[in-house]
Design a protein around this ligand. Structure first.
Ligand SMILES: *[C@@H]1O[C@H](CO)[C@@H](O)[C@H](O)[C@H]1NC(C)=O
Length: 361
């Protein structure tokens, strides 16, 4: 029975392309069809038995030296008992110290990993182009480990990276202890990872980071945010809104309402926004993405909050959610990468005919 669901899904996937955006299928299997508890199209099926069948994002590739860029990667278990690991990336650079990027992958909190070919390719490109040391975080996924586990993993790995980078001990992780420059610390993430970046930066602002480190900048690439009331230019289609409400409830196992600030920062008061613990923010949105309106609203709300940092919106018209992962060799993806690289290196993002760049506040 599971097999028939798989083949139906694979057919739909082939027809729909590799969609990563949360989106309602035309017809859901009824909850009691074939023992299905929840069908999170296009990512997975949760069966009533508790078994989870994922349809995408489960492939992995080993750490390596990338022949095209010379970027080296290696996997480090941070907490073997807890199953928390990272993939580290080092560029082929003679610079003594490198900016440190902590990267959180996307996949709606339910799929993908730090070891997938999609993210191996993205991180090799980002690390070589920006000349940064990167820590790609393999946080736990829903529904087996619903939120806030991913948020707690994200925070634990950031603290581990900071401690490793400061440590002079012989057994310290050598790439971090010898090469990371903590005065140039950035958090980057796409989709669900963009949501994680925001929540880690809020926690850093509220609690501070160990050793007094500060986050220079955060980049939220097509971030996953949502909320009950539509923001300007957001879909008002009731079925689509219900689906996004339902899928959020699924990934957090009902723990956070759809207007909780972890998923709906736009609903935060200005004094909450002002705690965002970094000096610079880049938000990217793709014009055809149902989530784009929330990304724009995030930039507008942060800009109007009196937070006092620099927030920028980079918009790519005519493209879908995380198109830069699905079509990494395209011209628009290259321009978006340029914007992320320029953001990390402290330059203004490049202007282009494809992309609108606006500086706010
Ligand atoms: C690293 O860069 C040096 C100098 O450009 C080059 O000679 C070497 O082949 C590169 N190594 C890798 C693994 O790409």
């Amino acid at each position: 029975m599971a097999g028939s669901i798989s083949s139906m899904l694979l057919l739909l996937l082939n027809m729909a392309g590799a969609l990563l955006a949360p989106r309602a299928p035309d017809s859901l299997p009824a909850a009691d069809d074939e023992g299905v508890d929840f069908f999170f199209f296009p990512f997975l099926v949760l069966y009533k038995s508790g078994r989870v069948e994922r349809f995408m994002g489960t492939d992995t590739v080993p750490a390596s030296v990338d022949p095209a860029t010379g970027v080296a990667s290696k996997d480090v278990a941070i907490d073997a008992a807890a199953g928390l690991a990272v993939r580290l990336y080092l560029p082929n650079s003679t610079a003594e110290r490198l900016p440190l990027v902590v990267f959180y992958h996307g996949g709606a909190f339910v799929t993908e990993s730090a070891f997938s070919p999609t993210y191996q390719r993205y991180l090799n490109a980002l690390v070589s182009r920006a000349g940064v040391l990167a820590v790609s975080v393999d946080y736990h996924l829903s529904p087996e480990r619903p939120l806030p586990v991913a948020y707690d993993d994200a925070w634990a790995v950031l603290q581990w990276a900071l401690a490793s980078a400061r440590s002079g001990e012989a057994d310290a992780e050598p790439w971090l202890s010898r090469r990371a420059d903590l005065t140039r610390l950035f958090l980057v993430g796409d989709s669900a990872g963009g949501n994680i970046v925001h929540n880690v930066a809020m926690r850093a602002g509220r609690e501070g980071l160990d050793g007094g480190a500060t986050i220079q900048g955060v980049a939220l690439l097509d971030p996953y945010f949502w909320g009950k009331r539509p923001v300007p230019s957001e879909t008002r289609d009731p079925a689509e809104r219900r689906w996004l409400d339902r899928t959020w409830s699924f990934v957090c196992a009902g723990r956070y309402g759809v207007d909780d600030p972890v998923i709906n920062p736009v609903a935060m008061a200005s004094d909450e926004w002002r705690r965002l613990g970094c000096a610079r923010v880049l938000v990217t949105v793709a014009g055809l993405d149902v989530l784009a309106a929330r990304g724009r609203a995030y930039v507008a709300a942060l800009g109007a909050s009196g937070w006092g940092g620099d927030v920028r919106l980079y918009e790519t018209p005519g493209e879908s959610h995380v198109y830069f992962l699905l079509k990494p060799d395209g011209e628009k993806a290259a321009k978006e990468m340029d914007a992320v690289v320029a953001f990390i290196n402290g330059n203004r993002p490049l202007e282009s005919s494809e992309s609108e760049v606006s500086a706010i506040s």
